[in-house]
Design a protein around this ligand. Structure first.
Ligand SMILES: O=C([O-])CC(=O)C(=O)O
Ligand SMILES: [Mg+2]
Length: 591
């Protein structure tokens, strides 16, 4: 709070400017022109009404063949379009037909990106109405391939690039973005893109993809979303030698140079967009992810999707699985493969949830088992050498050399993979889990599909149909011995859109861990008995807009309860309010 007060003090001092340079009068100075002193440089933004050819080329307002006769007359479009007028529904049908013709997911991805650049509302209409089919196209797993090939498929730039070259003038770069009322920023530095590693500047596909989900699943207006990639170089040799690489061709800046650029960015965001813009950190490498979250969580509205979003979705899945498994959280033993952002984030949130239920407090320390997986299991003798975020979770144990040995020795009930290493849940591991558990809970969370610890088919067949399975990347239903098993997708996409909506609509100024627990609880509550019957631990994505509204309402309620919400008065029904705030992609009529 101290730094909040300082910030407020800083902005108050802006009001002490020479009166001849400030208009006052309560009018918001959106473009920063009026607060600028005469010797400061400003950006000469103009706003005009699009018509004719430029209206057709403006993705935010273009409706293609859906412009009515009246609109064509009024907006100088006559002759620029063929005579037919199509409804948005028919346009949607036509486009879905054409997208389904493509064989390769990356072709579908490119077709969707082109649509977004051409007709934004139609893009969102398709995505919302066909969410289960198109989520794997615009998001995980295809977005991973898109980032790998970003240089060669690059056409029109999306999002904002802030590189080391811009150090010292990051605020000016932010001011080049055409929108002023930003509510959510997703930012990456590209160092740990999904489980694919360092993709440098080509990580831009991730913030772009995440924000399209913010709109489609969480209802945040597209114009309020800002994807950002911070380019501090890359250590990926392949990219450094790639003639089509779009980023800075130098090795990653670290230490002071890195933190100074990040600090300048964080300050510039607050200066440009105020206190209530949500900054979502995405796919940073472990060391920076934990440090940035710790450093800025008390001064900015920040959320790390890989630590906090993943933790919240996994906790929801585990809580929901208890309905099938029985027992309470404290009765279960969790073994983690991977002690990065996801692994430690999940452990922390599960522990927090258990500690809230006072009667389980004594046993949770025992119940929660954390194992660091590298070439060896972490031993207490190595504890000092562990990164600080792993230390609380390491347990004293005899040395075990393999995951199989760990499983056999520790006998966990829940196996959580968040290692970024594909194919590590082997047949023997799954068989061992199934030998001492009636229903082992197996979560293979690493993305994209190639990095999944095991596939759905492997989990069901190797466990002989006993496993309850969820994964980070989507898998199709699996038939085993005449029974159809539907795997759950334990992906943070369930959480962040609704979470962000809750934060934005309540005007929250900080993220508190209890808001993550609230999101988790809201998600777990959305699973119906019929879905449990099918072995599902997450509700289907087809219900995601409703789920997001429920999550948003619970998150906002928690923000009000904690005194962190600034939107006063509190709406009577937060669910209704959330629904009323959500962006709809249906075309608007033009006068
Ligand atoms: O993007 C996804 O699918 C989930 C996620 O945050 C990650 O794997 O880093
Ligand atoms: Mg991520």
């Amino acid at each position: 709070m101290e730094s909040t007060m300082k910030e407020l003090g800083d902005s108050a001092s802006v009001l002490d400017l020479d009166p001849k340079t400030a208009v006052g009068g309560g009018v918001e100075d959106v473009y920063g022109e009026d607060f600028a002193t005469e010797d400061q440089l400003i950006t000469p933004w103009t706003v005009s009404v699009a018509s004719g050819y430029s209206l057709l080329r403006d993705p935010r307002h273009n409706k293609g063949l859906a412009f009515t006769e009246k609109e064509r007359d009024a907006h100088y479009l006559s002759g620029l379009l063929p005579p037919v007028v199509l409804s948005q529904q028919l346009q949607e049908k036509k486009l879905m037909n054409s997208i389904r013709q493509y064989q390769l997911p990356i072709q579908k991805y490119m077709a969707m990106m082109e649509l977004e650049e051409r007709n934004e509302r139609l893009f969102y209409k398709l995505l919302i109405d066909n969410v289960e089919e198109l989520l794997p196209v615009v998001y995980t797993p295809t977005v991973g391939e898109a980032c790998q090939k970003y240089g060669s498929i690059f056409r029109r730039p999306q999002g904002l690039y802030i590189s080391l070259k811009e150090k010292g003038r990051v605020l000016d770069v932010l001011k080049n973005w055409p929108e002023r009322s930003i509510q959510v920023i997703v930012v990456t530095d590209g160092e740990r893109i999904l489980g694919l590693g360092d993709l440098g500047c080509q990580g831009m596909g991730i913030p772009v993809g995440k924000l399209s989900l913010y709109t489609a699943l969480g209802g945040i207006r597209p114009s309020a979303c800002l994807p950002i990639t911070i380019d501090v170089g890359t250590n990926n040799e392949k990219l450094l030698n790639d003639e089509f690489y779009i980023g800075l061709k130098q090795r990653r800046a670290t230490g002071q140079e890195y933190s100074e650029l990040l600090h300048e960015f964080m300050s510039a965001v607050k200066q440009c967009y105020g206190e209530k813009v949500l900054i979502q950190f995405e796919d940073f490498a472990n060391h920076n992810a934990f440090e940035l979250l710790a450093k800025y969580r008390t001064s900015h509205l920040v959320f790390n999707d890989d630590i906090q979003g993943t933790a919240s979705v996994v906790l929801a899945g585990v809580v929901s699985a208890l309905k099938i498994l029985g027992g309470s959280l404290a009765d279960h033993k969790f073994l983690f493969l991977g002690a990065g952002e996801a692994g430690t984030g999940i452990a922390e949130l599960i522990a927090l949830e258990m500690s809230k239920r006072v009667c389980f407090y004594c046993s949770w320390l025992y119940g929660l088992l954390f194992v660091v997986w590298g070439s060896n299991i972490a031993l207490v003798s190595r504890l000092e050498s562990l990164q600080h975020f792993k230390q609380p979770w390491a347990h004293e144990h005899e040395s075990v050399k393999t995951l199989l040995e760990a499983v056999n020795t520790l006998k966990p009930t829940v196996l959580i993979g968040a290692s970024g290493m594909g194919k590590t849940f082997t047949k023997e591991v799954i068989e061992a889990m199934s030998s001492f558990n009636e229903k082992p809970l197996i979560m293979a969370l690493s993305n994209p599909t190639s990095q999944a610890e095991c596939t759905a088919e492997e989990a069901y067949t190797w466990s002989k149909g006993k496993a309850i399975f969820a994964s980070g990347s989507p898998f199709d239903p699996v038939e085993y011995e005449g029974k159809v098993f539907v795997p759950g997708q334990g992906n943070n996409a369930y959480i962040f859109p609704g979470f962000g909506l809750g934060v934005v609509m309540s005007g929250a100024i900080r993220v508190h861990d209890d808001m993550l627990l609230a999101a988790s609880e809201a998600l777990a509550e959305q699973v119906t008995d019929a879905e449990y019957e099918k072995g599902l631990i997450y509700p289907p994505f087809s219900k995601i807009r409703k789920i997001s509204a429920e999550i948003a309402a619970k998150v906002a309620a928690k923000a009000y309860e904690l005194g962190l919400a600034s939107r006063i008065p509190r709406p009577a029904s937060l669910v209704k309010y959330a629904e009323s705030c959500m962006y709809s992609p249906v075309y608007r009529n033009y006068r």
